[in-house]
Structure formats: C-alpha cells, structure tokens
Design a protein around this ligand. Structure first.
Ligand SMILES: *[C@@H]1O[C@H](CO)[C@@H](O)[C@H](O)[C@H]1NC(C)=O
Ligand SMILES: *[C@@H]1O[C@H](CO)[C@@H](O)[C@H](O)[C@H]1NC(C)=O
Ligand SMILES: *[C@@H]1O[C@H](CO)[C@@H](O)[C@H](O)[C@H]1NC(C)=O
Ligand SMILES: *[C@@H]1O[C@H](CO)[C@@H](O)[C@H](O)[C@H]1NC(C)=O
Ligand SMILES: *[C@@H]1O[C@H](CO)[C@@H](O)[C@H](O)[C@H]1NC(C)=O
Length: 557
C-alpha cells in the first residue's frame, strides 16, 4: 500500500509541475487504525501482573507514517475505567483537540470508542504514544510512532538495511491502580523493579538469555530508534562492541557523531545508525539506570544472521557521573544543512536573533498539603478540572472551573505554601519566549512540552541568572520536545508560540506529574480563525460543564 501511495503522490507532483492541476488538490494520504484497549496478564519480570494491551500487544503496535499523513485511529476502550492516549512529540498543529490529555479531551468512558484524527504535519523523526490518564503509563499501552521523510525530501544518510524501534523503560511489578493508590495516600512509589527493552527484561527467571530482539546482516547498517518510555529513571543505552552514530533526535536531524553509549532521559527519543562490523555472533544491547543509588539493568540480544555464537558475558559498563552526561548534551548539534520535513535548510531560521518578549522561570518544588505530598511548579500544584480546560475555553465558560495565570513567571519568594489548583497560563500568539527550568532538588528532572519543539539553548549548574545567557548556543541547538534538568542545575529553552491551542508542560516523572508538577499553556489566536486553529471536531466527546451547552459559533476563515 505504501508503494502505491508514494507512486500516486509522485505522479500528482509531476502533474502539478506541468501545470495541469494545482498542487493544493492533493489530499495527503490517510492511514487507518482500529485499536482495542484491554487488560491482560503478563509477567515481564517473572511476576504475573495486570497490564494494558493494545490489540493484544505489549508494548502496543508501532505506527509507521510519513510526513503529512493523516492518521485516523478508532480507539475502543475495553477497560473498566476511562482511557486516553497522547502522542509524545507530535505537534498537532492547530489541533490540540487531538492531544489526548485531561486538559484537552474528555476521557473515553469504559466500553466506548473515540476516533482520533490528526496529521503528522511538517514533521519527521522518532516519537511514541502513551496512555495519559492516572498511572496507566506504568501498565503499558505505549508504542513507537515514526514519521518518515517524504520520497522527494533527501535524508542526510543512506537508507538503512532496516529500521528498528527500541522502547526502553523502568518497570514496576505493582499494577497502575496500586501505584495510584500509594500516591493518593501520600506515599511514594519508590524504586522500579527492573528495566525492560521492548517489554522484556532480557533474561528469563533462570537467568538465560531470551530470544534475540533484532537481527543484523554482516556489513549492513541499521537504524535503531531508542525511546525512554519509562516513568522515573534516566537510562544509559549501549550495544556491546558497536558504536552508534547519532543521526536524529526528537524530530531533528543532528550533526552525526559517534557514541559508545547514550543517556536517554524519560520521554526522549534518539535515532542511531549501527553497522554490523564485528565478528558474527550475538551481542547484548543494554539499558541501565543512571543517577540512582541502585543499579538496574535490562538487556536484549542482537543476532548476526546465521550466527550461533553466544554473547560474551561481561556487559559493557555504564558511564559514571553527571559531568559525562552534561558533556554529552553539549555535544549535540542540529545539522543546519540537512532537510527537515521540507527541503529548506534549518540554517535559514536564525532563532538566535529573534527578540525575546518574555522570560518564564519555572522552579520545581515538593511539599506537604493536608498531610500528603504534592509536587509543584512555582508554588502551584496542578489539579485537573472536571471539564477539559480546552473545552471550557472554547465554550467561553472558563470561570466555572479555573482562573488563568494563578502561577507567576517567577517562583514565589521564600517558603510559600503549595497552592493546589488548575495551573494554566496564557501566552500571546506568535511571541518568542524563553523558559528557564530550574531544579533545586537533588534528583534529575525531565520536562516535556506538547504542541511544539523548542531550542535547547543552555544548561548550567546552580541558579540561572541573566548572565547565563552569555553561554547559550544561539546557532545550532537541537530543536526538540523534551529536556532534562540535572540536580541543582538549570536548563533553558526558547520557542515561538505559533501553534494555537492548549498545551501541557509537564515533568515526565510520572509520580511528580500525577501529583501536580505540570501546567497548561493556553495560546489563543485573537482572530478565532480557521487559519490558526481548527474547530472542535464533530465527533468530540463532551463532558462536565459543557455537556449540554449550545455549540459556540465556530471559527471561520
Ligand atoms: C514504513 O513505511 C515506509 C514508507 O511507506 C516503508 O518504506 C517501510 O517499509 C515501512 N516499514 C515498516 C516496518 O512497515
Ligand atoms: C476487544 O477485545 C475484547 C476482549 O478481548 C473483545 O470482547 C471485543 O470484542 C474486542 N472489540 C473489538 C472492537 O475488537
Ligand atoms: C466508534 O466506532 C464506530 C464504528 O466502528 C464509528 O462509526 C464511530 O464514529 C466511533 N465513534 C467515535 C466517537 O469516534
Ligand atoms: C548534514 O546534512 C548534510 C546534508 O544532507 C550532510 O551532507 C552532512 O553530512 C551532514 N553533516 C553532518 C556533520 O552530519
Ligand atoms: C491572558 O489572560 C489574562 C487574564 O485572563 C487576560 O487579561 C489576557 O488578555 C490574556 N492574554 C492573552 C494574550 O490571551
């Protein structure tokens, strides 16, 4: 089917060149999916436990798409509780209606279905989807989502022999509902029980290697897309005896450099090329915890086709220390001459010379509220509204459930008590904003922003100050959607808020996110025009305060 589609597209493109038809005719291809979400029992770490399956699979199926494809995905929720999926890194241009978070969508009730309809507009690269309600992500229902370049757009490396998705994550043997119960009672979920690679720990209960996850043919080069789909721990990824050439991360082609191992923080994705240039045999791929007092390791086997030589037993060691990881971040650069989703060089976009109109400094904190732990950003611990924020805004009834800008652009002074309520700030459409993420705690943070990619311009130890800007990378910082903040350190990002919608900024550490370390950024186009934002989809689920309200006047051209 994909071959056919690309031929049709090529044919239409050639027709359009001859002027026979206008290029706007061409509706982008559609990909259709029907997904059935159910509980299942699996024993990823040898202990039977409840997991969430998609079409019977754990992890869920991979979505293989191409830039600008339309994805129509009818999701049947056969759990006994509400469910939603979100699309990590997919920007949902003009379309936060499809973002699948409690602030944008009514949850799909048990026993019902909802059809997501979105376009992977102007994007390429490696992403994933995950379940966004409660602690569901600790139970599975995540999977890879790749966006290939269109046929006519050059990719800055030769076609690999194959393209593999590697989902790495920490794993708990307690069910998602038990983990949620712990947190609701003010307890912690503590440390994970193990590390999985594509749903498997690598060894069976007798300590024997499980079947190979991937096969390579001697001499050929393969693309591996590695995503940390876990809920708490940064993981170091490496392949015994093989170096990895980084080519893409979170939707941007990078300057291609070689690495022996890579730190992948929660929510991040990297693509590397690996050449099968060693003695034919089996080799371990390893994912192990970083920056933890404990050491947990997951493995998987890569087999050279036709080999029966077992892997050598010592696993390649993980790097040690923070400085190593920080230096690795510093080594990342955007390839300014490679094509992105369109054949325009990134270098034509000089983010370093755009005037910053607003600086938002966000400081994470933890504290007790009514005897229970809450996590906050600038003193506000987010609590979901009954009605999704986006719907309240569209129906112009926000005052029923939340107030904008309860949180300030700077953290409160001193020991202000944590304020638990919906945390929504607004940003002026199309302004260029600098966001400083400062982490005064002793553990690592990982933040994700929906709806955008941002330039990861700076990082440093201690507190950020305006002086810190002098060390920003204003030339070729990678454009991405997730960034780590080291302990007692800061990270700075910059972006233009040109995508109208309601967008979540969150700690990817699920325990923190669940207990309030997240906020929403409302970006409204004053024009209420379809050029800037789509209307509420006709199949949208309604709930809470807007269930029975008359439909507002739709946006028009
Ligand atoms: C993914 O889609 C591309 C483009 O249509 C196709 O060439 C490739 O074979 C597909 N890969 C898989 C694993 O289906
Ligand atoms: C989904 O799975 C459940 C349980 O296996 C089954 O009863 C149901 O018919 C399936 N629904 C669809 C739409 O496939
Ligand atoms: C639920 O599925 C049915 C048929 O499979 C489809 O016609 C309907 O549009 C879906 N509902 C929603 C809200 O997407
Ligand atoms: C950047 O992309 C260009 C264009 O595809 C490619 O020729 C070049 O090798 C890449 N540069 C690096 C350093 O990766
Ligand atoms: C942001 O919200 C405030 C308070 O509701 C409002 O006065 C202001 O106009 C909004 N700004 C934008 C850019 O939407």
């Amino acid at each position: 089917m994909s071959m056919k589609t690309s031929h049709v597209v090529l044919f239409m493109f050639l027709l359009s060149l001859t002027g026979m038809i206008s290029p706007v005719f061409a509706e982008d291809p559609y990909l259709y999916f029907t997904w059935n979400v159910t509980y299942g029992t699996m024993s990823p770490l040898g202990v039977p436990q409840q997991v969430i399956l998609i079409n019977g699979q754990f992890p869920g199926p991979n979505i293989n798409s191409t830039t600008n494809n339309n994805i129509v995905l009818n999701l049947f929720n056969n759990l006994d509780e509400p469910f939603l999926l979100s699309w990590n890194g997919i920007q949902q241009r003009k379309n936060s209606w499809q973002d699948g978070l409690p602030g944008t969508n009514c949850p799909i009730p048990a026993g019902q279905n909802f059809t997501y309809h979105f376009q992977v507009k102007d994007q390429i690269g490696s992403f994933f989807y995950f379940p966004s309600l409660g602690m569901h992500k600790a139970a599975g229902a995540f999977g890879g989502l790749r966006v290939n370049s269109r046929l006519l757009i050059p990719v800055p490396f030769a076609d690999p022999a194959d393209d593999y998705t590697v989902l790495i994550n920490d794993w708990y043997t307690k069910s998602h509902s038990n983990l949620a119960r712990f947190l609701d009672r003010g307890r912690s979920i503590n440390r994970p029980a193990g590390i999985l690679i594509n749903g498997k720990p690598g060894k069976d209960s007798q300590g024997h290697d499980q079947d190979p996850l991937f096969t390579m043919e001697s001499g050929k080069t393969y693309r591996y897309r590695i995503c940390n789909v876990g809920i708490k721990t940064s993981l170091n990824f490496r392949i015994q005896g093989h170096s990895m050439k980084l080519v893409e991360m979170e939707g941007s082609h990078t300057v291609q450099s070689m690495y022996d191992s890579f730190d992948v923080h929660v929510g991040q994705c990297f693509s590397v090329l690996v050449t099968a240039d060693q003695t034919p045999g089996d080799y371990y791929m390893v994912a192990s915890t970083r920056f933890t007092k404990y050491m947990l390791t997951g493995t998987g086997i890569i087999r050279y086709a036709g080999s029966n030589k077992p892997p050598s037993s010592p696993l390649p060691p993980a790097p040690v220390g923070w400085a190593w990881s920080f230096n690795q971040w510093r080594s990342l650069h955007w390839n300014l001459t490679a094509s992105a989703a369109r054949p325009n060089p990134q270098g034509s976009y000089h983010y370093g010379s755009i005037e910053i109109t607003r600086t938002i400094k966000l400081v994470n904190s933890v504290g007790m509220v009514d005897g229970k732990r809450r996590y906050a950003i600038n003193g506000v611990s987010h609590k979901d509204t009954v009605t999704p924020l986006k719907l309240l805004e569209y129906y112009r009834v926000t005052e029923k459930e939340f107030k904008y800008n309860v949180m300030q652009d700077v953290p409160p002074a001193g020991d202000a008590p944590i304020n638990v309520q919906a945390n929504v700030i607004n940003a002026t459409f199309r302004t260029f904003i600098e966001i400083i993420l400062e982490n005064p705690e002793r553990s690592i943070q990982s933040y994700h922003l929906d709806g955008y990619s941002f330039f990861s311009v700076g990082m440093g130890a201690g507190k950020w100050s305006p002086e810190s800007r002098k060390k920003y990378n204003l030339l070729d910082a990678v454009s991405r959607h997730t960034i780590q903040v080291y302990p007692k350190s800061w990270s700075a990002i910059m972006l233009t808020f040109d995508n109208a919608g309601m967008w979540n900024l969150r700690s990817n550490l699920l325990e923190r996110h669940y207990l309030g370390q997240q906020l929403y950024i409302s970006v409204m186009s004053p024009a209420r025009s379809l050029r800037d934002e789509y209307n509420l989809p006709t199949n949208a689920m309604l709930c809470g305060a807007v269930s029975d309200l008359p439909l507002p006047k739709p946006y028009t051209i």
